[in-house]
Design a binder for this molecule. Structure first.
Ligand SMILES: [Zn+2]
Length: 204
């Protein structure tokens, strides 16, 4: 079993055991109600998603330290890792929009500009969607009008997207794919990409 499947099956059995105990202690009217069970299922899903993204940020913060990013590149002194709790970053992933803390590095010793940890390590900034969601948006938009694509995203993928955003996402797909290919080529010089001829447009 791969590490992810192992983790998921472990989590599932813990969640199941706890939910069973919780429901066993409820009144009959609560247990017999599909609305109550549905509410529990949705809340549990949302909490799990939040936990996944919180864990992600926590791990990224450890990486900042491990990669030596706390050292200011301008004055070589130690930068501070700060958060703006009231200004989270909003990211759209398949099925939901998540708000995650937006940590940033700030040097109190020189005038080096502040730097978003998420931007630095993941390339993401607020309002962005996952590549998978963008592909889906592009696919839906290519099949039908943006209005219909928007409806499709809502009904079948539980994703509420503004029309302009959907349009932007669909248009970004090609650009994103090209940037990704270029990134792969630069980061992994030994892989197959480097052996392929790279057109000039990709470099610019
Ligand atoms: Zn500095």
């Amino acid at each position: 079993m791969c590490p992810m499947s192992e983790l998921i099956s472990e989590l599932e059995s813990v969640v199941k055991a706890k939910l069973q105990l919780h429901m066993a202690e409820r009144q009959i009217l609560e247990v017999a109600s599909l609305i109550c069970v549905q509410e529990l299922a949705l809340e549990a899903m949302q909490a799990t998603s939040r936990a996944v993204f919180d864990a992600w940020i926590a791990v990224l913060l450890v990486m900042v330290e491990q990669l030596g990013l706390l050292e200011c590149p301008r004055c070589a002194k130690r930068r501070k890792l700060k958060m703006r709790p009231k200004d989270p970053m909003h990211i759209d992933v398949l099925g939901l929009t998540v708000a995650v803390p937006k940590p940033y590095l700030e040097c109190g010793h020189c005038d080096a500009p502040g730097l978003s940890v998420l931007k630095l390590l993941t390339g993401l900034s607020s309002g962005e969607g996952s590549a998978q969601l963008k592909l889906l948006a592009a696919y839906c938009a290519s099949k039908a009008s943006y209005g219909k694509a928007q409806q499709e995203m809502r009904v079948h993928h539980n994703q509420e997207l503004e029309r302009t955003k959907l349009r932007r996402m669909a248009l970004e797909v090609e650009q994103e794919a090209m940037a990704w290919a270029e990134q792969q080529r630069q980061e992994w010089p030994c892989n197959a990409w480097s052996r392929r001829p790279v057109s000039k447009e990709w470099r610019s």
